[in-house]
Write a protein that binds this ligand. Structure first.
Ligand code: ZN
Length: 177
């Protein structure tokens, strides 16, 4: 089983120390985590297009959608869905969100560990959004990351009060316990 998994991971390419997202999961690379459970992790994009730009990843390495278990993919989207709703309810006060998954180099996937972008949007923000898209990662575009993560967690907590165990909640185990 272990051997089979190792072989699969070799086929999938970058894993472990070679993959920055696997290092984040392992706690050996820094990240500002917004949410975590047994199978998923969500953290702030280090090069945000907009404040609150979050990435959702499966903890187990999958280089592209070809490598990703479909049920796990559904969980990734369910968490992205939940984060988009949480952002609306957070002190960041988003009006909407772009959920984007770039699959493969041809589609501008830059980190080869599947990740779903959740980018909060404001009404009329096209100019700042375009600037953020063009100049991602420039120093000065990252207001207090801890406060940003706390604001998103506040949104998640508010959503929890509305939907204690939403139909697509990633914490099925708890709701069924
Ligand atoms: Zn990885």
């Amino acid at each position: 089983m272990v051997t089979e998994r190792a072989a699969t991971e070799r086929r999938q390419g970058t894993v472990g120390d070679d993959c920055v997202f696997c290092r984040i999961v392992a706690g050996t690379a820094p990240a500002t985590t917004v949410y975590e459970d047994d199978t998923l992790c969500a953290f702030l994009d280090i090069r945000p297009i907009a404040r609150g730009h979050t990435l959702v990843i499966p903890k187990r390495h999958a280089g592209t959608l070809d490598d990703l278990d479909a049920a796990l993919g559904a969980r990734v989207f369910a968490l992205g869905h939940r984060l988009a709703k949480a952002l609306r309810r957070s002190p960041l006060g988003s009006d909407g969100a772009n959920l984007i998954l770039n699959d493969g180099k041809s589609a501008f996937q830059t980190v080869h560990h599947v990740h779903l972008h959740v980018v909060p949007r404001q009404n009329g923000d096209i100019r700042t959004f375009a600037t953020g898209f063009l100049f991602r990662g420039r120093v000065g575009r990252q207001p207090d990351r801890a406060a940003t993560a706390a604001a998103i967690r506040t949104g998640l907590a508010r959503l929890d009060t509305e939907e204690p165990a939403g139909p697509s909640d990633t914490r099925d185990k708890e709701s069924k316990a």
